[in-house]
Ligand binder design. Structure first.
Ligand code: UT7
Length: 323
């Protein structure tokens, strides 16, 4: 008998404003063709002025709670994975907790950049498995548009805003890979690479700063490390890539998504791809893909999923779960 964190509900929210690649052509030396062919991105959503990360996260949370048929005060914990909390503190999670009208339990943020949602799932699973919480809401929410240098074509065309959320609930499994819920997690970070993807502002500079990236280097690490961590998580879960129904990858670049699937020996028909519509939404990209993939009818109860992500830190990891 094993306690597993089982997905009870999923939901997402995307800001209304959609910016197609062509919109950058008038202000930057770039083209729809370059962005599409190098990244797979066609459009992204951008938050309205004054619309914050916790606003997006709250909307995604409400959708996930409605899907689960639960009220906010039935939750024990709220975890928000984000690098773009509204304020330095309090956490975006306490803001979401308050906006939901939840007055019990505890809430905190996880800052592992694009790997944040994978870290969030792993932590929520640990809280549930150890008996500290029965129901945990895990949200990935970002407004990366606020970190963009809009004159830097090598970064500003890549990112977008959005939020996704899942409600996890303790379930009793037999302890086998047939159980529903989170089966295994594999997490890593290595600060040796902190300079290849970072924001040049923060408390130290008393500015918000802008995202800076050595794209080629991050790309190289992504292709190497994502398949590795996914395989490690599959091993821990006692399954193989042949058992995978869906890879739900971090959505940064279609070329990375394809290369990782190929390394894992998984056909692209078994990969949930949303990068064309959302761009890179950092910690929000995986829960957005889970929610959209479910709504499209791709992800079904009982399916074996592997999520994998890498981002600033570098921080990376993978979670294997049965939906
Ligand atoms: O979510 C966190 C993890 N992040 C990632 O996974 C991102 C990983 N990196 C990437 O996805 C890719 O490296 C990029 C999409 C960022 C860049 O693609 P690339 O194929 O590695 O291009 P590059 O950086 O080597 O640039 C190739 C050329 C350069 O011109 P030169 O030096 O060859 O003349 C760039 O200046 O493309 C140029 N370039 C652009 N041209 C038109 C860079 N950005 C643009 C642009 N439009 N927006």
């Amino acid at each position: 008998m094993t306690i597993r964190a089982v997905v009870k509900g999923v939901g997402h929210y995307l800001p209304e404003r959609i910016v197609p690649n062509s919109e950058f052509e008038s202000s930057l030396d770039t083209s729809d063709d370059w962005i599409r062919s190098r990244t797979g991105i066609e459009r992204r959503h951008i938050a309205a002025p004054g619309q914050t990360t916790s606003d997006l996260g709250t909307r995604a949370a409400r959708a996930a709670l409605a899907d689960a048929g639960l009220e906010p005060n039935e939750l024990d914990a709220v975890i928000v994975a984000t690098s773009t909390a509204d304020l330095t503190f309090p956490s975006a999670a306490t803001m979401v907790q308050h906006a939901l009208g939840m007055t019990r339990g505890f809430a905190f943020d996880i800052q592992a950049v694009c790997a944040g949602f994978v870290y969030g799932l792993a932590n929520a699973n640990a809280l549930i498995a150890s008996g500290q919480a029965k129901r945990v809401l895990v949200i990935g929410a970002e407004t990366f548009s606020r970190l963009m240098d809009w004159t830097d074509r090598s970064t500003c065309v890549l990112f977008g805003d959005g939020a996704g959320a899942v409600v996890l609930e303790a379930g009793i499994g037999a302890g086998t890979a047939q159980d529903r819920g989170i089966l295994a997690a594999d997490l890593h970070s290595d600060g040796t690479y902190r300079d290849i993807l970072y924001v040049d502002g923060g408390v130290a500079t008393q500015t918000t700063g802008h995202l800076r990236m050595h794209g080629k280097e991050v790309f190289r690490h992504a292709v190497e490390k994502l398949a590795e961590t996914a395989h490690a998580a599959l091993d821990k879960a006692g399954v193989s890539s042949a058992d995978v129904d869906w890879i739900v990858p971090h959505q940064a670049n279609l070329r990375i998504i394809k290369a990782t699937a190929q390394k894992m020996g998984v056909d692209m028909d078994h990969v949930v791809v949303t990068v064309q519509d959302h761009g890179n939404t950092s910690a929000a990209s995986i829960p957005l893909a889970l929610s959209v993939g479910r709504d499209r009818g791709q992800i079904k109860p009982g399916d074996l999923l592997v999520t994998e992500a890498i981002g600033g830190g570098l921080a990376w990891g993978s979670v294997v779960l049965r939906w």
